[in-house]
Design a protein around this ligand. Sequence first.
Ligand code: ZN
Length: 127
Amino acid sequence: MMHELSVCIALMEQVERIAREHEAAQVDKIVLQLGPLSGVEADLLRHAWPLASVGTLAESAELVIDSMPVKVKCTHCGAISEVPPNRLLCADCGDFRTRLLSGDEMLLANLELSQIHQPTESQATCV
Ligand SMILES: [Zn+2]
């Protein structure tokens, strides 16, 4: 739980930074790509989310978690196969010498933001 909460807080910092860069008033939706080998549990992340997002621009955002498949590339025959997370063998030749292509990611894939209504263009900044 603590691990997922700290993951959420780090994610929230990233989300808020992007939202600020785009001068967003609020974050509507967050799409996260999560692989089974990332070490983060989607359910725990969902539970930790409200704690991390309270009082932020993303407080009312919908959190969508896209589960990513585990894919490996065989260093022996070159085949790319989708495999179960506990069995990283080439589906073609059965070799164990595979390289992980996906399945361990925790990526911010997409953000939907509501923009602040822009003031009229004649508003000059005089300091
Ligand atoms: Zn192979």
